[in-house]
Design a binder for this molecule. Structure first.
Ligand SMILES: NC(=O)c1ccc[n+]([C@@H]2O[C@H](COP(=O)([O-])OP(=O)(O)OC[C@H]3O[C@@H](n4cnc5c(N)ncnc54)[C@H](OP(=O)(O)O)[C@@H]3O)[C@@H](O)[C@H]2O)c1
Length: 241
């Protein structure tokens, strides 16, 4: 088995995921660039390599059982284990998302990708993560999934959203349940909020750069053994549930 730290970032072909891959690559880690589209994936891998990162492509659609199983197999063949999994891939499900008029397909897409996709990928990778000396899982959530912020007047939570925001609330809840099951192991799992970041997801309306959005995930990916698990964090600290 390689001594090299190996990470997988889902949805790493662009936006925050790409910058997380770049950030982990800059640590000297080997980074699997999980992406569903071959062209976008290979372009990202090339760009990361040109920047000095040891990156390789991992075909990965988080909504597809077979794709996820094949991704786990690819990493097993390449490294025999996985040290860090960043579940970053996410979608809004489309807008508008007023509860009374929402297209149920949008709801299903958001939950299938942002919640079930994370569980699917995590469970496929857990056997590989259990072989690592210090395994870390980071779930890219969002402050809009914070029910405290959603009910705090003036908090930055974007438009009314019955698909995207609740999918991130559920992802937070799922993160807590994993942390409980994994208590007593070396695996630390946390949810991250990147802040309002300019990417395709919001038509580049965010005020943070993807590089800034990636920082909290890199921090949670590199937690020491006595770091937290089952928490929800942004750059400034703990995000309220
Ligand atoms: N931007 C923000 O302000 C913000 C705030 C809070 C949280 N977040 C979260 O941060 C994460 C990254 O978002 P982003 O802003 O960087 O958005 P983005 O630029 O739209 O990137 C999303 C990434 O997820 C991938 N993806 C979507 N569905 C997928 C699937 N089924 N299988 C594999 N990959 C899939 C996309 O791949 P394709 O290129 O193939 O579509 C893309 O690589 C998301 O979880 C998002 O919810 C973002």
């Amino acid at each position: 088995m390689s001594e090299q730290t190996i990470a997988l970032v889902t949805g790493a072909n662009k936006g925050i995921g790409y910058e997380i891959a770049a950030g982990l690559g800059a640590l000297g880690w080997t980074v699997g660039v999980g992406a569903r589209d071959e062209g976008r994936r290979e372009a990202a891998v090339e760009k990361l390599r040109a920047g000095g990162a040891d990156a390789f492509g991992v075909p990965l659609d988080v909504t597809d059982d077979r794709s996820v199983a094949a991704a786990a197999q690819l990493i097993e063949l390449r490294a025999g284990r996985l040290d860090v999994l960043v579940n970053n891939a996410g979608v809004t499900g489309g807008r508008p998302q007023e509860p009374s008029t929402v297209d149920l397909a949008a709801l299903r897409t958001a939950v299938e990708t942002n919640v079930i996709g994370v569980i699917r990928v995590t469970n496929a990778m857990l056997p590989l993560l259990r072989r690592s000396a210090s395994p870390r899982i980071v779930n890219m959530s969002s402050g809009v999934g914070s029910l405290t912020r959603q009910t705090t007047p003036g908090a930055e939570v974007g438009p009314i959203s019955v698909a995207y925001a609740p999918s991130k609330s559920m992802l937070n809840a799922v993160t807590v349940q994993y942390a409980k099951e994994l208590q007593g192991t070396d695996i630390l799992i946390n949810a991250a909020c990147p802040g309002y970041t300019a990417t395709d997801l919001n038509n580049f309306s965010g005020h943070r750069t993807p590089d800034q959005g990636a920082a909290i995930a890199v921090r949670l990916a590199t937690l020491p053994a006595d770091g937290p698990s089952g928490g929800f964090f942004e750059d400034a600290g703990v995000v309220p549930w």
